[in-house]
Design a protein around this ligand. Structure first.
Ligand code: AMP
Ligand code: MG
Length: 425
């Protein structure tokens, strides 16, 4: 066990955690179940999308050269040879002077090289006075150029193109593209199994009555939801008491359940019964303890030895807010990397502080409420009359819609200054 007297920087802690994590194995699943899963192989299109030249409009397929000089006063008269709905394969071959009525998405007939929209034909515009029109004729009132309103083969996706890369978490539009290229099944990383163990002699579970000196175990539930938010499968292990024996037994029992990452909460401070560090050291190896972060300083990380495997363990702090903040900062990247996601950077906002903020040497994640104000964002770290910065006040996380990131080297930020903001929603 490494003795660490000084706090380690947030960046270093994340780096150490990620260095111990490799993506989990993969599985092949139906596309209909693939939303929010992470692709494990590049998706390469075997086809062109669209696969054939087709009309982008409801209108008339024409030979563009025929429409040269067409105007309201002097429309061009064409002979209508066919009507082509979407889903059919036209057999007509247009000659100069001919047109085909065509619907959006229908294949272009041979010989045609442009489409005139209905709105620019006698379909919508009455012929000039004195001009008569046969049933199989159409008037074109505006010229088109070759390619107008025509969608070429492969305009959207070319055959052989990598449409999505391995490591990408699938969004609804990605599911649509995979359907378009005919991928009924996709190979994805399986969901990382994340064990969650609460620790504390004072804890009772959700359905139990709360006796003297006891509180309900809320951390395990919030963490299970966070695991799901980041694509993992929570394995809820309940409560371990603050003894080496019980904690060791619960950790070993948990490890037997195919766990990719182990999370504990509480028992990592400097109190008499904070045994998580000791058990971690005994069951594996502790790599660091205590990070320069607020809230969430008492954070432990190490690996548990389990048969031939090493299972990383993040010992989250016990205070409910600290536990959630530490989860967002340290467990989130771990779960995303385990789940095979390659880009795990957040996309923070920059917002202007509504009031002065002070800080003392650690990276401070303050609960905040951000709102739009014209062309900027404004963020407040004060609730109206409620205390929102205590690390035990879970309702402050309910009030908050963001975390305000105050850098460790910053001791004072005046109202109006720009700060980085992590949206929680
Ligand atoms: P500890 O780190 O064990 O000293 O715990 C710090 C604080 O977090 C104490 O007030 C605990 O009662 C509280 N706490 C610990 N575990 C949980 C939990 N699972 N749910 C809610 N609060 C907890
Ligand atoms: Mg405790």
């Amino acid at each position: 066990m490494k003795k660490t007297s000084s706090l380690i920087p947030v960046e270093k802690a994340i780096e150490t955690i990620l260095s111990q994590i490799e993506p989990v194995s993969t599985e092949t699943i139906p596309l209909t179940s693939a939303y929010h899963r992470v692709l494990a192989a590049d998706a390469v299109s075997a086809i062109n999308v669209p696969p054939f030249v087709n009309s982008a409009m409801d209108g008339y397929a024409v030979v563009a050269a025929d429409t040269r000089g067409a105007s309201k006063e002097q429309p061009v008269r064409l002979k209508v040879r066919a009507n082509i709905p979407a889903g059919t394969a036209p057999t007509v071959h247009l000659q100069p002077g001919e047109a085909a009525r065509i619907m959006t998405g229908a294949p272009m007939p041979a010989g045609a090289d442009a489409v005139v929209r209905f709105e620019e034909t006698s379909e919508h515009i009455s012929p000039p006075a004195g001009l008569s029109l046969a049933d199989d004729e159409v008037l074109v009132f505006k010229p088109v150029r070759t390619g107008d309103n025509v969608r070429p083969v492969g305009e959207d996706i070319r055959q052989g193109q990598v449409v999505l890369q391995a490591g990408h978490r699938l969004r609804p539009q990605d599911i649509g593209v995979l359907a378009a290229i005919g991928q009924a099944e996709v190979t994805v990383f399986r969901r990382p199994r994340v064990a969650i163990l609460a620790t504390g002699d004072e804890l009772v579970d959700i359905i139990e009555p709360v006796g003297p000196g006891q509180i309900r175990n809320s951390n395990e539930y919030a963490q299970a939801a966070l695991v799901q938010k980041y694509g993992g499968e929570p394995v809820m292990l309940g409560i371990a008491r603050d003894t080496v024996e019980d904690l060791t037994a619960k950790i070993r029992a948990g490890l037997a359940r195919n766990i990719d990452l182990f999370l504990t909460s509480a028992g990592v401070s400097v109190g008499d019964f904070d045994v998580v560090k000791n058990v971690l050291a005994a069951e594996g190896e502790m790599q660091f303890w205590q990070v320069a972060i607020k809230p969430g300083k008492p954070l432990a990380f190490g690996v548990l030895h389990h048969q031939t495997r090493q299972v990383p363990l993040i010992g989250l702090p016990g205070n409910p807010v600290a536990s959630m903040v530490a989860f967002e900062v340290f467990a989130r990247p771990a779960i995303l990397k385990l789940g095979g996601q390659t880009n795990i950077q957040r996309l923070p906002l920059v917002a202007r502080l509504e009031e002065d903020v002070t800080n003392s040497g650690r990276r401070h994640f303050m609960r905040g409420y951000v709102r739009r104000d014209g062309d900027t964002f404004r963020v407040t770290t004060r609730g109206s009359g409620v205390q929102v910065q205590g690390s035990g006040i879970l309702s402050s996380m309910v009030w908050a819609n963001c975390l305000v990131v105050v850098p460790e080297e910053t001791t004072y930020l005046p109202a109006g200054d720009a700060v980085e903001v992590w949206l929680l929603d």
